[in-house]
Design a binder for this molecule. Sequence first.
Ligand SMILES: [Zn+2]
Length: 273
Amino acid sequence: MRWFALGLLAGFAGCGAPEEKAPEGEKTQEHAPEKKHEKHESGHWAYDGATGPQFWGELDKKFETCGTGTHQTPIDLPEKVAPTGATPGTLAFDYQPIPVAILNNGHTVQVENTVPGGVVIEGARYYLVQMHMHSPSEHTIGGKNSAMELHLVHRNAAGELAVVGVMLNEGKENVPLKPIWDYLPLDVSDKSEVVPEGAVDIRALIPDNPSYYHYVGSLTTPPCSEGVRWFVLTQPSTVSKVQVERYQSLLGDHTNRPIQPLNDRKVSIFAPK
Ligand SMILES: [Zn+2]
């Protein structure tokens, strides 16, 4: 599957989903300081400088929600929330190993899913479209960042998005995600070949009967579209220091959007009994 959503509406860009890719031919150099004084190019955004997060809403008419939205992601998740609506099975995982085909789009490295599978939310099936990471994490828990955060981006038949976030704390090497590091594409817009023996099995990252936070937010990259259902596992996985350093040396040392106001939203926590 090539740029899965290039032809689709802009509203479907993942927090790291396909449309966050820079326009064809444009090299994204968001970490290059000289960019700070260059004129804004439409559609160009970065994590720093004059095209950084605080300006996303002004960069392009399509990105307006980044500035005006009131239900934005990421947020600080409370360390302790009384479990609400504890209905195990509300979110059911149904993943398969994913052959590795990775793209470095300048903002993240993205593994595009080419096999069936995904999650079932309240009986409705959402298919896994792609996964990618941020470093440090975008969500915080009790004000604390994790070293990285994995985002599993799903879409249902109606085009609605649901993202599962897995916090990755620094610790042991992450073995299930290791194929991503083994085949990291070094250059922007380089895509690694599909490596069938290098499948990523995200089932190994999801604990049995996981607990998770749930709230409704947005994409964390332009166009910051809202109405995205977020599920962030309370149980972190790990990444090694070497994995974090390798990732950051390729993408930059902060590919996370700053925390956004909660406003009138509620964060629920689902915990199996
Ligand atoms: Zn993301």
